[in-house]
Design a protein. Structure first.
Length: 263
């Protein structure tokens, strides 16, 4: 304890002397011996500056860290509120949709989209935060409002993979709003076509394309009447066996955050 008091006393004396000499040097009185004084007291002045600077930085650092922590907390709160707002909005919109409100719907948040790079590619698959623990099974239909999103292709305990309707692995029967039958085939890159349509059938741009229904006995498959998209162009050649049409979804898959699994 005695040594500690002696250290602080010596430190205080050096500090007073340093400040006193610094004041005299500013008046010019000690100008002839300035170089000697600076050399003699520079180590102590450096020590004094270092100690006070440490205290100043300590206070600033603590304040900065506190502000950074508060900003992180605030960002988390805003993020959570935005996510809840989006989910609540999606839920409200979904259950206002008459076409699927009688079905058992399981809300799921999109937590991943493998291979999707904004501005360079479009989603081909989604990872959702529901799995076998929530009753999700491979083959379950995934929708947003009354629009078809895709089909559950892989399931694990708490996560599932959804292959989008535009995925190249996607293929199912569909019909237009005029009752024309065909097969929807995903082309990848956000594209899909309505293929295998008889040449005698009438396809028109802006016609809606709906699921025809291919539910099996185990409950898998798409129910009828879900909106796949609309026809944007028709390719009809007399020399071909069938005609085809390019179809685009009404959904912007890259902006979806919440989807619904039909059980």
């Amino acid at each position: 304890m005695r040594k500690k008091e002696n250290f602080f006393l010596a430190f205080f004396i050096v500090l007073i002397l340093s400040l006193f000499i610094f004041g005299l040097s500013k008046t010019g009185i000690l100008f002839p011996v300035t170089s000697i004084t600076q050399k003699l007291f520079s180590p102590f002045q450096g020590l004094t500056y270092g100690v006070f600077n440490s205290f100043e930085n300590f206070g600033t650092s603590g304040q900065v860290k506190k502000l950074e922590a508060e900003n992180i907390d605030l960002a988390s709160i805003i993020s959570d509120e935005q996510r809840l707002k989006e989910e609540n909005s999606a839920l409200l919109d979904q259950f206002k949709t008459a076409d699927v409100q009688t079905q058992s719907l399981l809300p799921a948040q999109i937590v991943g989209a493998p291979g999707f790079i904004p501005g360079f590619s479009v989603p081909e698959t989604f990872i959702i935060n529901k799995g076998t623990s929530d009753g999700v099974e491979s083959g379950d239909t995934v929708v947003y409002k009354n629009n078809l999103v895709g089909r559950v292709s892989k399931v694990e305990g708490f996560l599932s993979q959804v292959s989008l309707v535009t995925n190249s692995s996607s293929s199912f029967t569909a019909k237009t709003s005029q009752g024309v039958l065909g097969v929807i085939k995903g082309q990848g890159g956000g594209q899909m076509i309505l293929d295998n349509v008889l040449l005698s059938d009438n396809l028109s741009t802006k016609d809606l394309v709906l699921t025809n229904g291919d539910t099996n006995l185990s409950g898998g498959g798409f129910p009828p009447g879900l909106v796949v998209g609309k026809i944007v162009s028709v390719d009809k050649r007399p020399s071909d066996l069938f005609q085809r049409a390019m179809v685009t979804s009404f959904l912007d898959f890259s902006k979806l955050t919440t989807v619904f699994v039909i059980k």
